[in-house]
Write a protein that binds this ligand. Structure first.
Ligand SMILES: Cc1cc2nc3c(=O)[nH]c(=O)nc-3n(C[C@H](O)[C@H](O)[C@H](O)COP(=O)(O)O)c2cc1C
Length: 305
């Protein structure tokens, strides 16, 4: 028996999304790139490519390698920089009827604060996602996201610089993700998103050298899903703020696993590079599943324990 139309809308702090599906940072450019292929207005939201204060050329090639059920990338956070973003990319984003999330990255706590302040004044984005998987250049190069105090410091600097909702994106390259999650929640984050890519590498055996020019890269795609799901499950049970699940989601069933683990929404990354329509197919698939199983709201699917 099929049930009445379910309500797919979700709230992430003050944000209201028409459904729990967003495109993940770095896999949908600055939004417009996919516009001919995907009905962006049908999505819950899009998270734009990470932006830094100054433009970044990224790493030299090769910077993408396929692995079994996954992708290793060492793009090196290439981006146009905040000024060009505001001048050339932001105006057309204002015409899109979906939630626009700007992803930011800095080399120091001050840079994160400055980016948040500039975005707050620019208008046109609905939330900021803070990528804390970047090296803290002033403090020896360890990633902000691997240390609870540094992660909290960045969160605080961003919160103090903007009225926009702040989503902090956690790195999976840690022993206990809940320690970072709690520190970031205490510093005032409105929501968390996890996970970013897992640190990895591959070797080109014919050339006897690492396959990526940068040697190391970030692993994404279906290969990381069980790890991401485990971290989302743990984090949901460690904090009170909403959690957005990310990592290897390929189908509606994969997305539902994260929603059952307690994620309020999910982001779709690498699979869009294989099938650009995956995100909208996932939305229809979730709706069909809810009808079949008699769920009327997304949060009803959560496993309570
Ligand atoms: C090519 C590429 C570029 C990415 N760029 C960014 C980025 O700029 N900022 C960020 O926070 N995450 C970035 N990510 C990480 C994704 O947003 C996502 O967290 C990760 O890929 C896991 O999800 P997936 O397995 O669905 O791809 C990037 C991932 C890929 C594959």
């Amino acid at each position: 028996m099929s049930h009445p139309r379910p309500d797919l809308s979700v709230a992430i702090g003050p944000l209201r999304l028409r459904n729990p599906i967003l495109l993940a940072s770095g896999t949908c450019g600055y939004g417009r790139e996919l516009a001919d292929l995907v009905d962006i207005g049908a999505l819950g939201g899009i998270v734009l490519k990470g932006i830094s204060l100054k433009p970044r050329p990224g790493n030299p090639p090769p910077r993408i390698v396929e692995t079994p059920s996954g992708l290793l990338n060492a793009i090196g956070l290439e981006n146009v920089g905040i000024d060009t973003f505001i001048e050339r990319k932001l105006p057309s984003l204002r015409e899109i009827d979906t939630c626009i999330v700007s992803n930011i990255l800095g080399e120091s706590v001050e840079e994160y604060g400055e980016l948040a302040r500039i975005l707050d004044m620019a208008g046109g984005v609905h939330a900021i996602e803070v990528n804390i998987s970047c090296p803290n250049v002033k403090a020896g190069g360890f990633a902000f996201g691997t240390d609870p105090a540094a992660a909290a410091e960045v969160t605080l600097a961003v919160k103090e610089s903007t009225c926009l909702p702040v989503i902090v994106k956690l790195s999976p390259n840690v022993t206990d993700i809940t320690a970072i999650a709690r520190a970031v929640e205490k510093a005032g984050a409105d929501a968390l998103s996890l996970v970013n890519t897992l640190f990895g590498m591959a070797i080109d055996i014919r050339r006897r050298r690492p396959a990526l020019a940068n040697v190391f890269g970030g692993l994404s795609g279906p290969a990381i899903r069980p790890v991401a799901l485990r971290m989302v499950w743990q984090t949901v049970r460690a904090v009170g703020i909403p959690v957005i699940g990310i990592g290897g989601i390929r189908t509606a069933g994969d997305a539902i696993e994260f929603l059952m683990a307690g994620a309020r929404a999910v982001q779709i990354g690498t699979i869009s590079l294989v099938n650009p329509r995956a995100s909208t197919e996932i939305i229809s698939g979730i709706e069909s599943f809810m009808r079949e199983e008699g769920f009327s709201r997304i949060t009803d699917m959560r496993i309570d324990r």
